[in-house]
Design a protein around this ligand. Structure first.
Ligand code: NDP
Ligand code: HSE
Length: 467
């Protein structure tokens, strides 16, 4: 079998109308036993994800070569500090603190950018394209905020840009939308796309841990961004929403117009009250194609306990996508961390490297057609159900005046729950509303919050039922 020229049988198929028990043998092309082609890799960033990539290259380069015909050779690695202790060993002679040493090296054919941040990552990547190198990155901040310029540079220089790792760590969600749903019209999606926030909310809900303790655990596990405010303030989720929307809706998204709220204001009490009402609180990204434009928002959301996304816990992410032909699809997996994210990076590297060996690398576009700019609808236009938690003085007439203000603003009440004051002179009152317009809710809350009976800013959490 080892000799050149031998053919191998690949499998069996049935042909419609043929005898199903009589399989047809399919002959495979002549097996190619030529040496695998070497492709030079340059890496900027040897932190959580970069270390995972190096581990994979060190452990699996031979099996990748055997299976794909490409031998990935790590030529250069750039870090900020040469003296730092590393999770992986890298030969000293390929380690540098100068990004240009990696980008300019003629032996580097694919640049992997895993340093993060917008500048100077943008400049490195655009320079790499100009030098006719392909690029793979996990940098959703860059793609969301300066993507237009980066995608254009790739197009102008006919180079490939792989960014599967930028959304949902190890879940191949971008490839699934781009390729698997190529003929579908995606009408909406909702997802849990930030592992750090989902980890924090899960720990707070299941173990009663504090926000700060849960965040520091997420940081230790390598889930959080270098600046964890990006996670907890919802910005990282919004970055991913922008990348997802570009592919799902073929929309050029003005990042600044996405509505963003993080999880800092979610209290342990909100988590408990939501549970009593049959809900769980999750930080969701929501994208919906409406007649007048796109609804793109990131915020904590009450989901019914039996919603499929409600059981997504810890660092796990999940995205629910609705295509007009496929219907509902659910993607689930680890959304952050060293090896799941490295796996997504490697999937792009291998795809590009294989195309290079076939001379297809400049031809296959990895970002789809040039999307058109689409209007993003203002949050005031949203129609939703709401969870409102008021902290008010415990005295007669207060509840009546809240109900009146809500009614005056066309907001209909679904249920009212007065909680234990726990000895304090003010009480929490939780109201669930029927569907109302957000601008009406905001007008009502402005009035209620300015009343001397209201002791703190009212908590507003949107309720989502759609799957
Ligand atoms: P880390 O902070 O762990 O690592 C960043 C690495 O980049 C470090 O090795 C750092 O060097 C190096 N670096 C930073 N700035 C420079 C610079 N100016 N010049 C040279 N080297 C530099 O980040 P992560 O690995 O967590 O994240 C990398 C990217 O992947 C980010 O874009 C992030 O958003 C994205 N991502 C991260 C995921 C995760 O789970 N962590 C998941 C999905 C995407 P030094 O070590 O010397 O400081
Ligand atoms: N900080 C991000 C998260 C990393 O927690 O999801 C993955 O993109």
């Amino acid at each position: 079998m080892a000799k050149l020229g031998l053919r191998r049988y690949l499998g069996v198929v049935e042909i419609a109308g043929s005898n199903p028990v009589a399989p047809i043998l399919i002959k495979k092309e002549k097996m190619n036993h030529s040496e695998p082609k070497e492709i030079g890799i340059g890496l900027i960033g040897l932190g959580t994800v970069g270390s995972g990539v190096v581990k994979t290259l060190q452990a699996r380069a031979s099996s990748i070569a055997r299976e794909t015909g490409v031998k990935l050779v790590l030529r250069r690695v750039c870090v900020r500090s040469l003296n730092k202790k590393r999770a992986v060993k890298v030969p000293k002679n390929i380690l540098t603190a100068r990004p240009e040493t990696v980008i300019d090296d003629p032996q580097v054919e694919i640049l992997i950018e895993l340093a993060g941040g917008i500048h100077p990552a943008k400049e490195w990547i655009e320079k790499a394209f100009a030098l006719k190198k392909h690029v793979v990155t996990a940098n959703k901040a860059l793609l969301a905020e300066k993507g237009k310029s980066v995608y254009l540079a790739a197009r102008v220089h006919r180079r490939r840009l792989g960014f599967e790792a930028s959304v949902c760590g190890g879940i191949p969600i971008l490839r699934a939308i781009r390729e698997g749903l190529a003929s579908d019209n995606v009408t909406h999606f909702l997802g849990i796309v930030n592992g750090t926030c989902n980890y924090i909310l899960t720990e707070m809900s299941q173990k009663g841990l504090s926000f700060s303790k849960s965040l520091s655990e997420a940081q230790q596990k390598g889930y959080a961004e270098a600046n964890p405010a990006l996670d907890v303030d919802g910005v990282d989720s919004a970055h991913k929403l922008a990348v997802l929307s570009r592919l799902a809706f073929q929309a050029e998204v003005d990042f600044k117009k996405i509505y963003v709220e993080g999880i800092r204001r979610i209290t342990a009490a909100d988590i408990v009250y939501a549970k009593e009402l049959g809900y769980v609180i999750k930080l969701l990204v929501i994208g919906k194609k409406k007649e007048k434009g796109l609804e793109l928002r990131v915020h904590p959301t009450l989901l019914p306990l039996d919603h499929p996304l409600s059981s997504v816990r810890g660092v796990y992410n999940a995205v629910y996508v609705h295509g007009d032909h496929t219907g509902d699809l659910l993607f689930y997996g680890r959304g952050a961390g060293m090896m799941p994210t490295a796996s997504a990076v490697m999937s792009d590297v291998i795809e590009i490297a294989q195309d290079m060996t076939k001379g297809l690398d400049a031809m296959r576009s990895s970002w789809g057609n040039e999307p058109s700019a689409m209007k993003i609808l203002p949050i005031g236009d949203l129609v939703s159900k709401y969870y409102l938690r008021f902290q008010v003085k415990d005295k007669p007439g207060v509840l009546g005046s809240i109900a009146k203000i809500l009614g005056d603003n066309k907001i209909s009440i679904l249920s009212v729950h007065q909680k234990d004051s726990l000895g304090s002179r003010s009480v929490p009152v939780v109201i669930l509303t029927y569907e109302a317009k957000e601008s009406d809710i905001r007008r009502a809350l402005q009035k209620i919050d300015s009343s001397p009976d209201t002791q703190e800013k009212t908590q507003l959490i949107r309720v989502e039922a759609l799957i």
